[in-house]
Write a protein that binds this ligand. Structure first.
Ligand SMILES: [Zn+2]
Length: 265
């Protein structure tokens, strides 16, 4: 079990890389020198937060909720498989809500590094500041206790969300018929690309991780019919690209506009 879990991340990266070569959505981005090495460095830093800290906090929270009989699902006494299914949906909703929170003034500085990528491919999914990961892990733990998400659902939910996150950031095009069928319910690469637009109206949409029902329910869904004109922040930050230390310093940078994407100029 632990070996297959350890192999999931490289397997998804290889799959995303293959899909990008076979069915590119856009012209392949310039990745070397600079952009790819710095995104890969963040991937390595993220092994601690994504693969150790986040699962540990989430599973501990699920164990705590089960022990205390806490949370909505715990109180409903649902049959096991139903509780797991609802729990997995709750994981997806939780990541949607946390992503919305990351776009508020209080947390935007932690999330801005993810949006600072001027290209979009599989490596963008790992371009997160460690402080953002710590904050989102704590928020997800809190959500797990509040909802009473079962341990099995936390495991399935986190693994699925993590794998799909890499695929939805990747630069690959689904077959047209499949895209038409899925793009109204599922976060496809074309749908998620809009969220990385430099334009606030587009960046403030499509926050979902796997399902689009939350965006539709809360009014943040936009059809990803066409690519944004450009990816990244609405303003340039000098000396950021390809330099790990300035990237890690970004939350404290005076050059970063303090507002969330909705108030960016
Ligand atoms: Zn975002």
């Amino acid at each position: 079990m632990s070996l297959s879990l350890a192999l999931l991340l490289p397997a998804v990266i290889v799959l995303a890389g293959l899909l990008e070569r076979v069915r590119p959505l856009r012209k392949a981005p310039a990745t070397w020198p600079g952009r790819l090495p710095s995104n890969l460095a963040l991937l390595l830093l993220g092994v601690v937060t994504d693969r150790v800290l986040q699962p540990a906090i989430a599973l501990l929270s699920a164990w705590l909720a089960a022990g205390l009989g806490a949370g909505l699902i715990g109180r409903l006494a649902l049959p096991g498989p139903v509780a797991v299914l609802i729990g997995v949906l709750a994981c997806d909703l939780g990541t949607y809500l946390i992503h919305r929170l990351m776009h508020t003034p209080a947390l935007w500085r932690l999330h801005a590094l993810h949006h600072s990528d001027r290209e979009l491919d599989w490596s963008t999914s790992f371009r997160h500041h460690p402080f953002e990961k710590i904050a989102s892990s704590l928020l997800f733990g809190l959500w797990t206790v509040l909802i009473g998400i079962p341990i099995d659902a936390v495991l399935i939910g986190l693994l699925t969300i993590s794998a799909w996150d890499t695929l939805s950031h990747s630069n690959w095009r689904m077959p047209a018929a499949l895209e038409r069928a899925l793009a109204r319910v599922l976060v496809t690469p074309q749908v998620h690309a809009l969220h990385h637009s430099t334009l606030s109206g587009e960046a403030d949409s499509n926050y979902g991780s796997i399902l689009l029902i939350w965006d539709r329910l809360f009014g943040t869904w936009r059809a990803g019919d066409s690519d944004p004109a450009a990816f990244g922040l609405s303003h340039d930050i000098d000396g950021l690209e390809g330099r790990l230390l300035p990237m890690l310093h970004l939350p404290f940078s005076s050059e970063l506009h303090t507002g969330p994407s909705s108030t960016r100029r």
